[in-house]
Each structure stands twice: as C-alpha cells, then as structure tokens.
Ligand binder design. Structure first.
Ligand SMILES: [Fe+2]
Length: 260
C-alpha cells in the first residue's frame, strides 16, 4: 500500500505541494521582471508545468529604481489579468490570485507607510495572522543597512506580519546569524527562493537556503521568477533530487495563503 502512495506522489510535478507561488515579477514593465505579456505567459506556462496552481504577483517597490505606487500597480494588475485571459489561448497556466508587492526596506519605504496602502497577503484561515496581513520585504543584496530590525519591529507593532524575502541571498547574514535569529524570535517569517536551492545564485546562497530550512526558519518558498531565463532554471530545479525530496518531506505555508 505504501509503495502505491509513493509512486502516486512521485507522479506529481515537483512543486505541486506548494500549490501557490507567492513571489514573482511577472507584471510586465514595472520592475526588472517580465518585459512583455508574451514573456509572462511563457513563464507562467513553465510554472504550471512544474506544479504551481496559483500565483501571486509581487512587483518591486524600491526607491529610486522602481518608484511604484500601490494604486497604479493594482490598475495595471487588473489590466494584465484581462490581457492574460484574452491572449492565453490553450496554454495551461496557473490562476493569478492577487498582486501584492516586494517592498525594499530602503529610503522610500516610509513613504509607502505614510501613503497607507501597503499591499499584503492574508492567510486563508481568518483566525491566523495579523490584522493587516503579511508584508513581503527585502533589503539590500550588497550592503547591510542599519536599522532594519527596528523598521521590521515597527511594522509588527503596527499590526502586520512580515515575510523576509530570500535571506539566503544577503551576503552579510550567515546561517547562524544572531540578527536573523532575533527576527525569528520576533515572529518574522522567512521565504527562501527555490532557485537558491538549485544553486542559481551560487553555492553560498544554496548552502544557506538549505541550512535555514534545517534550522526550521523557513515558512515559505518563492520562485522569484523574472523572465524566461528564470523559467528555464525553475525547470532545472524541478529535476534536482534534493529539492524533490524536500518537497515530499517538508511542509511550507504557501498553500495556506488566501486567494485575494
Ligand atoms: Fe523578488
């Protein structure tokens, strides 16, 4: 009997257990992600092929490079959904179930707080999570910025849950970082990139991603898809035996995020 279930499980695409991708840059021409509708459609088709049923778009909110405004992004998202529906043809694609943002904790972040319309996720279970939802944040990939812990703490106090995007990609945090440990103690969620697990960002990020997961620090996995090159890398990652085993043995929270 167990053999039967094991075989059945192995027939599922690798990332099917996650159900939902909660980090990708497929809203065209608003950041460094997709450059066209066609590119987004190609990437989304590739995501479905490796098991994703739903995706939530997360354009960068980053100053001064991507000075996006929440209301404009949501307008573009609504238009993009119409365009996808009109142009997808017979492609098999995940459903788009919302658009939030990946907020850089930079000099422009306070402006978004003051603006008062931060885009967030929610848990499907209404009893779970903070009142104002889950906020996806990132910080510099190059230099440690001072005061990040205070900015995050203030958001927690203000009624948000915080998800730190791809902690494995910050070169100044190692897998035993006391600063990251402190964030975990405060209840900050971590999201690693699935491509990190396959070495897409190098060996150090790959090692740290697995170590963070072993630490029990990682609640979410994101694809962080930007373009077709990433989609090819995602296909490669879906054949990685260590990742396949991880997907079969570890429970992540992706599937518990609400449809917006
Ligand atoms: Fe991202």
């Amino acid at each position: 009997m167990f053999g039967f279930f094991k075989r059945k499980q192995n027939t599922l695409p690798t990332f099917a257990p996650l159900v939902t991708d909660m980090h990708c840059h497929l809203l065209p021409l608003v950041d460094d992600g997709s450059k066209s509708l066609e590119e987004s459609l190609e990437v989304m088709e590739a995501m479905k092929a490796v098991g994703y049923q739903q995706i939530k778009l997360t354009p960068h909110f980053s100053y001064p490079r991507f000075p996006n405004v929440e209301e404009q992004i949501m307008e573009r998202y609504a238009h993009f959904c119409d365009e996808v529906e009109a142009n997808k043809g017979d492609r098999d694609m995940p459903r788009m179930t919302g658009c939030t943002g990946e907020y850089n904790l930079d000099d422009g972040f306070q402006g978004h707080i003051d603006h008062g319309n931060l885009l967030t996720y929610r848990f499907a279970d209404p009893k779970r999570g903070a009142e104002k939802g889950l906020l996806l944040v990132e910080t510099s990939l190059h230099h440690k910025r001072m005061g990040i812990d205070e900015i995050i703490f203030n958001r927690l106090m203000d009624g948000y849950d915080v998800i730190l995007a791809h902690p494995e990609r910050y070169p100044y945090y190692d897998s035993h970082s006391s600063e990251l440990e402190q964030l975990k103690e405060q209840g900050v969620y971590f999201q690693c990139n699935v491509l990190s697990l396959d070495g897409f960002y190098g060996e150090v990020a790959q090692r740290k991603a697995f170590e963070f997961i072993e630490n029990g620090w990682v609640e979410f996995l994101g694809t962080d898809m930007h373009n077709v090159e990433y989609a090819l890398a995602l296909r490669h990652a879906s054949t990685n035996k260590k990742i396949i085993k991880l997907m079969e043995t570890t429970d992540f929270e992706n599937k518990n995020l609400a449809v917006i």
